[in-house]
Design a protein around this ligand. Structure first.
Ligand code: GCU
Length: 344
């Protein structure tokens, strides 16, 4: 983050603290930022964390959860967490690859064969551990992962049935080199921007579409503009709860154990909420926003993206054993015939 932007985010933080009267609290204030609404599974899970920590250690810590980019964009919040200006934030795994290249593994399109393989791999510390701790030197570490479903393309006016339909379309991607390269391979034109800017860009037709899970249609209003959602399911990208290293390392051992329990709670609460939230989002998008859901053959999309797997492993051969461990879960939980919650 530039100094100007960092200063802007900090000013916003102070303004929010003043508005919410945060400075009067007894315990140490623990600030957690994220970019979703207060009805989103991420927020519900973080407020469960807040309640848990305050029940267990209320005399020492006062947890405050800031939703909706109140503390800045995800990129800005990661940098605030790095410097210790805030303690935790939720960042998409996509963004983290610019902080530590190992994260690019979980951004690979069609890395996981099924949701079951994805969950099992992300629950396996042998797989996540080396990557989650790789940013310790940079000032933060991942403390748990959060399900963000599968990402698919959605567009204002041209339904995407094959990669050829993406040709000439400007599609918003996350600010990650892997995602930009994925769009290039699929033939579309990547327009990277922060999540908070997408709605206006769609409305102004600066972009022709975007890609995300179903919640973006309803919770972020993208389905008001985009009427075609195509289940090509190109990525299952987790969100990651990251914490400032100095804060985590400075916690007394007994408090750290409670925080670890709290991190696990974030994961389980969010996952339980996620399936319900996606189902509701899909229903709402269909019934209230008039979004049409399409189920294209995913094979041509997958073939187009395959070179990314090779180039990533070539560039980072140390990721090979982790990649292979993921393939073992893929063999255990192969893709099911029906996809994307396809209507029965
Ligand atoms: C999902 C994800 C967010 C991310 C967003 C995006 O909503 O959960 O963490 O910021 O996609 O596309 O930027």
């Amino acid at each position: 983050m530039s100094k100007r932007k960092a200063a802007g985010a900090l000013t916003a933080l102070l303004a929010v603290s003043m508005l919410t009267g945060c400075t009067a609290a007894a315990g140490e204030i623990i600030r957690i930022g994220h970019n979703q609404s207060t009805g989103h599974p991420t927020h519900i899970a973080l407020t469960a964390f807040e309640r848990f920590i305050e029940q267990q250690l209320g005399e020492k810590y006062d947890v405050e959860v800031y939703p909706s980019e109140l503390l800045g964009s995800q990129n800005e919040m990661v940098q605030l967490t790095q410097t210790g200006a805030i303690h935790f934030c939720v960042a998409s795994n996509s963004l983290l690859e610019t902080f530590s290249p190992g994260y690019s593994l979980f951004n690979l399109p069609y890395l996981f064969a099924s949701a079951e393989a994805y969950h099992a791999a992300m629950d396996d510390e042998g797989i996540t551990g080396p990557i989650f701790t790789s940013t310790r030197q940079a000032g933060f570490a991942a403390v748990t992962w959060i399900d963000a479903g599968a990402r698919s393309f959605y567009t204002v006016s041209r339904p995407i049935e094959t990669p050829a339909d993406l040709k000439g379309l400007k599609i918003r991607t996350q600010q990650s080199p892997t995602n930009v390269e994925m769009m290039r391979l699929l033939g579309g034109s990547a327009t990277p921007m922060g999540f908070g800017e997408v709605y206006t860009a769609l409305q102004a037709r600066v972009i022709d579409g975007a890609e995300n899970n179903e919640m973006a249609l309803t919770d972020n209003g993208h389905g008001d503009v985009c009427k075609y959602y195509s289940y090509d399911m190109h990525q299952m990208i987790p969100d990651i709860l990251i914490g400032n290293t100095a804060f985590l390392d400075g916690l007394p051992a007994e408090d750290r154990l409670i925080f670890e329990e709290g991190f696990a709670l974030v994961n389980t609460v969010e996952r339980a909420e996620w399936s319900r939230a996606v189902e509701q989002a899909k229903k709402k998008a269909q019934q209230e926003q008039g979004v049409q859901f399409l189920y294209p053959d995913t094979a041509p999309f997958q073939q187009a993206c395959a070179p990314l797997h090779h180039s990533m492993l070539e560039a980072q051969p140390e990721l090979e054993p982790i990649y292979e461990a993921i393939q073992a879960y893929n063999a255990l939980y192969p893709s099911s015939a029906r996809q994307g919650g396809e209507d029965e």
